[in-house]
Design a binder for this molecule. Structure first.
Ligand code: PKZ
Length: 133
């Protein structure tokens, strides 16, 4: 499966999180750094996985991420997520990040990145927890 592509012109999944790239998202040259995007992708995936686990989850795996375009300070990033598999204790979530800017008349959406993540349901002490379905 080719996870990173522009074949789908609209985001797939549920809008889970919206974040604004600000001055704290940049490196010393003023560019928004990939780690900031990855952190927000991780958070969106966690929010979606928690709904299934009905409790605490931890990230056990993050797939490859390619960044298809630069992010500018002031850009709004929409994080869309969908659950694709639920195991005994694990939840696979695909997260897409889109640059979404609203100029008042129209909203432009450009895909930034996409990845597949696996979260594991855990209890308060961090031990795996079976998911009740
Ligand atoms: C300039 C630079 C700036 C940088 C700027 C900062 C950058 C910013 C980047 C941020 C990017 C975000 C990055 C956040 C990433 C953290 O937050 S990392 C820290 C959070 N994660 C953790 O702490 C998890 C640590 N791992 C663990 O505690 C244990 O491995 C776990 C998750 C409890 C699992 O324990 P285990 O004994 O392996 O359990 P086991 O029964 O074998 O497996 C449980 C389930 O997981 C599945 N599983 C296990 N391993 C895997 C795997 N590798 N793949 C898929 N499934 C797996 C199993 O198949 C099983 O599934 P089910 O059949 O039960 O459904």
């Amino acid at each position: 499966m080719n996870l990173v592509n522009d074949d789908n012109p609209v985001p797939q999944g549920e809008l889970t999180l919206k974040v604004l790239a600000d001055n704290q998202s940049t490196n010393h040259t003023g560019d928004v750094f990939a780690g900031w995007v990855a952190m927000n992708v991780d958070q969106a995936g966690e929010i979606q996985a928690r709904k299934v686990a009905k409790g605490r989850v931890v990230t056990v795996s993050i797939g490859a991420m390619s960044f298809m375009r630069p992010v500018q300070v002031g850009d709004i990033i929409g994080l869309y997520s969908r659950v694709t598999e639920v195991g005994k204790t694990s939840i696979r979530v695909i997260v897409e990040a889109w640059i979404e800017n609203d100029n008042g008349d129209s909203v432009s959406q450009k895909k930034l990145t996409e990845t597949s993540m696996v979260f594991v349901a855990v209890d308060g002490s961090g031990s795996t927890q079976r998911i009740n379905r």
